[in-house]
Design a protein around this ligand. Structure first.
Ligand SMILES: NC(=O)c1ccc[n+]([C@@H]2O[C@H](COP(=O)([O-])OP(=O)(O)OC[C@H]3O[C@@H](n4cnc5c(N)ncnc54)[C@H](O)[C@@H]3O)[C@@H](O)[C@H]2O)c1
Ligand SMILES: [Zn+2]
Length: 359
């Protein structure tokens, strides 16, 4: 088992990465001396596979859990589900010492994290992420929240978990398309911070796609380490944390103009990262060779790298970029890469170059 520490003073926690962690959930919670009553939040796809094991493990360790099962997918990140869940927590008499376990992908993690952050002004919270994306990204760093009709993640908090358990066994039941989507974030860490990780992904992609335990454990731990280091320096995103948005400026806009239907997040940011590498070439002198390596790695992972957009769609895309909640004073700022493994943020980019990167 590998352990990555996130050091944030009295809000510090460990991320454990290994096999059979869900069967040991109860034991891990005991170690943290958490209160007796708890709620396991999961969804209707993950619940039938893993909930029994998790609930049994909690009971076996002496806890008194209830299960809250929500529909699978983005639609569960909403305030109605939060409201209904508050009532279930109150009915089961959860108190200040009680805790919530999020068992599922990023949707369950974000929603259950917000539930924990707001119920009784905050109770303890454990992340048991079951998608690659949630293991390498959403379960680490403390951003929790839900969507409004007006946009994604508009209600939320910074609220760190007490522990993150990345059980590698769960990745085996994940649909392949979701696995590939998660890889887009792993490749991102290589591009922005770690040329060695990038090289390893280039040489081991076929092992990774067949979920080789040793490779998965390495790439997940390394990704978490990179995210942890960034979050430790800038927990609430006033500066450096922005580099985690590499490829996301265009990626988020693509998701928005396709009404969050056509692409998974990982697919949209794959196209966004390839475009950002071309912008990096034009503005920062990233070599064409590295642009080609970046594109080839996304292709090897089975991810899309380009999209054909009509003039009208490009117009909509540029408008959507300006609506992103990370834009300030109407200025769109890019994260770009100087060379694979190094990145810069806060860079403005002329519209013609953005358009060029999508051709
Ligand atoms: N908080 C953050 O910092 C942060 C960062 C990135 C993304 N996010 C959020 O994460 C969400 C996306 O997360 P996601 O990609 O994990 O999607 P998800 O939670 O919707 O999971 C994807 C699908 O896989 C299913 N699934 C999950 N684990 C499984 C398993 N082990 N076996 C079989 N099926 C499984 C789910 O039921 C779902 O249908 C978005 O809402 C996004 O906004 C948050
Ligand atoms: Zn992302």
């Amino acid at each position: 088992m590998r352990t990555v520490k996130v050091t944030l003073g009295d809000r510090s926690y460990s991320i454990k990465i290994g096999n059979k962690l869900i069967p040991n959930l109860g034991k891990e919670c005991r170690r943290l001396k958490l209160g007796h009553r708890c709620a396991l939040v999961t969804d209707r796809k993950v619940g039938p596979i893993y909930s029994n094991t998790a609930m049994f493990s909690l009971r076996n360790a002496g806890f008194d859990p209830i299960e809250i099962r929500v529909p699978a997918g983005e639609k569960s990140k909403n305030l109605n589900i939060i409201h209904a869940s508050y009532d279930k927590l109150a009915k089961h008499k959860l108190e200040r010492s009680s805790f919530i376990v999020a068992l599922g992908g990023g949707v369950v993690g974000d929603m259950a994290g917000f539930l924990a952050a707001s119920y009784l002004r905050g109770i303890d919270f454990i992340q048991a992420p079951t998608t690659l994306l949630s293991q390498v990204d959403s379960s680490v760093g403390g951003k929790v929240g839900v969507n409004l009709k007006a946009g994604k993640n508009l209600v939320g908090a910074f609220y760190q978990p007490r522990l993150v358990l990345c059980d590698l066994d769960t990745i085996k039941t994940l649909p392949k398309r979701e696995l590939r989507a998660g890889l887009a974030e792993v490749i991102k860490y290589g591009i922005i911070k770690d040329s060695k990780l990038f090289k390893r992904l280039e040489s081991k992609m076929s092992d990774i796609l067949t979920i080789d335990s040793k490779e998965m454990s390495y790439i997940i731990a390394r990704s978490c380490q990179i995210k942890a280091t960034v979050v430790e320096q800038d927990e609430t995103e006033s500066g450096l944390r922005a580099i985690l948005n590499y490829g996301h400026t265009i990626g988020h806009a693509l998701e928005a103009i396709s009404n969050y239907g056509k692409f998974l997040h990982g697919e949209a940011i794959s196209i966004g990262q390839v475009a950002a590498s071309k912008i990096s070439r034009d503005l920062l002198g990233l070599s064409q060779l590295e642009v080609d390596r970046i594109e080839a790695l996304f292709t090897a992972a089975g991810l899309p790298t380009k999209i054909h957009l009509s003039k009208n769609e490009i117009k909509k895309l540029l408008a959507a970029m300006k609506l992103d909640k990370k834009v300030s004073k109407g200025k769109v700022k890019f994260v770009l890469t100087n060379s694979i493994g190094k990145s810069s943020f806060g860079i403005e980019c002329p519209e013609a170059i953005i358009k060029g990167s999508l051709e």
